[in-house]
Design a protein around this ligand. Sequence first.
Ligand code: UD1
Ligand code: CA
Length: 455
Amino acid sequence: MTLDVVVLAAGQGTRMRSDLPKVLHRLAGKPMVRHVLDTARRLEAQRLHVVIGHGAERVREALADYPVSFAVQAEQKGTGHAVAQALEGLGDGRVLVLYGDVPLIRHETLAALMAQVDESRMGLLTVTLDDPSGYGRILRNEAGEVVAIVEQKDAAEHELAIRECNTGIMAMTAAQLKRWLPRLSADNAQGEYYLTDVIAMAAAEGVAIATAQPADALEVEGVNNRVQMARLERAHQARIADALMTQGVALMDPARLDVRGRLRCGHDVEIDVGCVFEGEVELGEGVRIGPHCVIRDSHIGAGTVIEPHSVLEGVVAAGHNRIGPFARLRPGTRLAVGAKVGNFVETKNAEVGEGSKINHLSYVGDARLGQDVNVGAGTITCNYDGARKHVTEIGDAAFIGSNTALVAPVSIGKGATIGAGSTISKDVADHALAVSRGRQISKPDWQRPTKQQDQ
Ligand code: UD1
Ligand code: CA
């Protein structure tokens, strides 16, 4: 049977107190609704539907690159009404209902639920909570079969004592939904069309209701305000940290790590406190990352040490590199084995050859450095003429004296030496010395001017 997934994302999220639609608030750097869709995709659904309402245009935009279709719920008249908006686009197999503000639901949990669903049996994900307040309660008969869901606001005293709750996540056939949804009534405490009322309809028709539970209640927790948002963020990060440690990564403090994307690590990687990893990051065996580094979309080869407060984006470091402290490596930085980029150095679109060093206070952009080059402190590649970018080439074993400006396009030959304080705008031949600075003059026994005595 085919599978359609319907994700409800029309609610306003008033309590976020934000202009951003609730489902676009980010968890681990990614909008909540995208977490849900990524998980849904792993179920190999034929179609994904998102029901939008509040901030519909922004949600559409945020999902423009996704294979989803949208159903608009202009007015929020309840969860049953929301699902009804997607009815037309459904296939003729099974339908799973998910929520754009319940981001941590796991694939395994959904797969276990779906495994029980066919024409004669629908599926309902329930969770047993110490404090069930606010949730719909699961009503079962003496045989233990689910017969209905009653919302908190409609529940009788004895029903409020039930701790088994509705997560809202349920699955059934499209045919059943098409039969049941038009029969919903808004005759209840909230005047809404409750999706939960289909449970009693199923029971009345003799459709069995199979239940499944999440491994962890966090999976089914919804976000209504920023406190819950932050709590889920930390819980999610804690899971990532646990997984990394299980794989053999040493985290100085698992509570002070943020992974916003995917972090893959070899053995014996050490990560100090306060580091943020974004996008796709790979750390080779034995890499050590000092405190407070931000690393995005980079590949850091084995044995590299990144000192504190370094910021890397789009970097490929071949291995055994030393970076920072306070280094900023921008996209297109390629470090060959053993290359060093030290403090207060910025690189961009720069290839740094094996064993070369840019140890202090420099800007190296649009540059290709050979092996064993030494770039002195305060070296600047002047790559931009106000209109275009130009390349600086530096040959193997060249030595660039401190406080040098290399005015690109320019090339420095192998083994060449540049005197400190030079402005180099012409190519320098292999093994040549180039110096371009005012000659020093010295006057012996120089008398500085003195101030006149006041009369
Ligand atoms: C719902 C369930 C309740 C369950 C709880 C779990 C119903 C009637 N109740 O209650 O049994 O325990 O979730 O969190 O289903 N939405 C729309 N359009 C609407 C209404 C809601 O898209 O017209 C979306 C909301 O944005 C939200 C979700 O559906 O993401 C749940 O709606 P909400 O009103 O929060 O339902 P609850 O009252 O929490
Ligand atoms: Ca809710």
